[in-house]
Design a protein. Sequence first.
Length: 388
Amino acid sequence: MKMLSRHTLHRRYRTLLSLACAAGMMLTTEMASARTFVYVANADDATISRYSLDEQAGTLQALGNTQAASKVMPMALSPDQSHLYASIRSAPFKVISYRLDPQSGDLQQQGETPLPNSMANIDTDRSGRYLLAASYGDHLVSVSPIAADGLVGPVQQVVPTGHNAHAIHASPDNRYVISSSLGDDQLMQFRFDQQTGTLSANTPAFVKTAQGTGPRHFLFSADGRYCYVLGELSGTVTTYGYDASIGQLDLKGTTAGVPAGELGLVNGLPPTQKPTDGQARVWAADMHLSKDGQYLYVSERTRSIISVLHISPGTGLPEYQGRIQVEQQPRGFALTADGQFMVVAGEKDAHIGLYRLDPQSGMPTRIGEAATGKGANWVTIVSLPEHS
């Protein structure tokens, strides 16, 4: 009798569990039904495109465009999904606060507030009371208060970082904050005062990645035990254990997230150094985790692909599984809350792509598209219950 591996048994169990859950969901469709909206920032058109995603039909419907400003890029959603925040990376640098209409998906601008510089990433803390932002060009992070009405207030703190700050997020328990410094191959570690919204250096103040990694985006595992860091220059995923008691990262391993050799790419080169022999450089961009925590998705812009990595339930370490060709220069993408769909935006593409995710293999299959604006670069997906 052929013995099945533990990984195969685990996958089959997950499949049977998924089928059982799906059967149960069919009996409670009315209770579980939700409206799903997709928002895409179009830097060159100065707009945010709005879409309705029908998950039963697997289709995207364009709802229109909301005016923003030139170089609208990173966006952040409030924890209660009532507000969308958009960072403007052209002068005057600012963040625009929008109220999200839960019925129509429309965005109503409530106000705009100056930011210290062009911010490559923004996010709210876990409570939604503060906006965190990271500036690539000015090598700093900032904190701004968010009022009860959802409007972002004036910046209250600016903290210098290593070179090229790129992403910033609060820890799962909201007691600490991590930010990436792409130019110095390091991750800054901060304590976070939840009452005042104040950052202070943790001890140690940072941890390093391997040289030439270029840490860009990062995220925490669903259970908060691990932190996954995407290297823009290396195409690797560096896994850290996360100690929630002291807010510190501990290196566990590094995985190739982009198969550079197969794609004819050179990894680990700084932006100022040109590849030789006609090769191109790795240019990784965005990263997201599946709802069940089994799969990690990584986008790479030079070859316009998204890689799929399977995460070991025992060690938390990811392993490369495969890749798929997607929209041209995929700077941003996002997954639906139920983990069934992925929406991809390409900066050099006239359409966004809709993909269905296979629950057994994690691999995406392209099932639709919708027209978008120029310079599409950031995707935010909102799923709201029908009764909201």
